[in-house]
Ligand binder design. Structure first.
Ligand code: GYE
Length: 307
């Protein structure tokens, strides 16, 4: 011990901040990277993290949040599976004076004092980016351009908003037609299954696949190959997230483009949690910055990808 310095005994050491985090599940590569980012950032920040996985079920998530309230954690953070139905549990947290941070996905509530901040991507803009890429890609093609859509989890912010942004752009030209649209719940298995059904019903009619995430696109690629067609050639494929699996598919010439959605929210979550506990103001909305990666850029970008 340096002379004069106080030893860090428990009496002097600062109490660790306790953060309860209610995760959506482990449905995708994106989610795995998000969980990893949160866990490692908590460790680095010296925050005591209580972590739960809701397996994509809202009821599990509500249960987890209630248990964090009962444990009197300092801050609760969660990524809401769906947009609606969280009002009651958010009111309970507020009554217990536990601040709530939304990460990744948002909720629809009338009273926005029920959470401190929402940090995450602009999903509508991601949908628009996907749409703009398609419009540019199909320039000079008279059409019709028949699109099938694999939606994310029903009622989730990214599924609702990505659809909205994409439609907003493509509706400017009537040659674009969404001929089938169904949920694949953001998973590879479901993406494959639903694409098989699309192929059975529409076959060679399908010109474009818009998948709300890379995992569903990767599942669909398998279905397309098994149907004897060439992904990214016979069917143009657009997806969202830009996870490593998507880069691999692009480098293999099987996926045309992926719009970036960063899951690396851990560091900014921990810094917001510290600010909140210290009583510092935090902005109500923290937007993640992201780009778009067409197939041609995949090889050059791949080595620097972090998820
Ligand atoms: O795009 C998808 C994941 O909420 C942004 O959830 C997230 C989405 C992501 O399962 O892969």
């Amino acid at each position: 011990c340096v002379a004069g310095a106080l030893p860090m005994t428990s009496a002097f050491a600062q109490k660790k901040i306790v953060l309860g985090f209610a995760q959506v599940g482990a449905e995708s590569e994106w989610r795995t990277a998000n969980t990893e980012s949160i866990k490692s950032a908590a460790q680095e920040a010296g925050i005591d993290l209580k972590f739960s996985d809701a397996q994509q079920k809202q009821e599990n998530q509500i249960k987890a949040i209630r248990s964090y309230i009962a444990q009197k954690v300092d801050v609760i953070a969660f990524s809401p599976v769906v947009e609606t139905g969280f009002e009651n549990v958010l009111r309970e947290a507020k009554a217990a004076k536990i601040p709530v941070v939304l990460t990744d996905r948002s909720v629809k509530v009338k009273d926005d004092s029920l959470y401190v901040t929402f940090m995450g991507s602009d999903f509508v803009e991601e949908g628009r980016k996907a749409g703009r890429w398609l419009v540019e890609n199909q320039k000079g093609n008279k059409g019709p351009v028949n699109i099938v859509e694999l939606q994310g989890t029903v009622g989730s912010a990214p599924a609702i908003d990505r659809k909205k942004g994409f439609e907003e752009i493509i509706k400017a030209d009537p040659k674009f037609k969404i001929i089938r649209s169904q949920t694949g719940d953001f998973t590879r298995a479901k993406g494959k299954e639903v694409m098989e059904a699309f192929l059975k019903a529409e076959g060679k009619n399908i010109n474009v696949l818009f998948a709300h995430n890379d995992d569903m696109a990767i599942g669909a690629i398998q279905a397309i190959e098994e149907a004897g067609m060439k992904p990214a050639k016979d069917i143009t494929i657009i997806s969202i997230d830009a996870v490593k699996g998507a880069f691999e598919a692009m480098m293999a010439g099987k996926l045309n483009v992926s719009v970036e959605c960063s899951p690396l929210l851990g560091p900014q979550l921990m810094s917001a949690v510290k600010d909140i506990v210290a009583g510092k103001p935090v902005p109500k909305r923290i937007i993640t910055k992201e780009g778009i990666f067409p197939m041609e850029t995949a090889k050059a970008e791949f080595p620097s990808r972090k998820y």
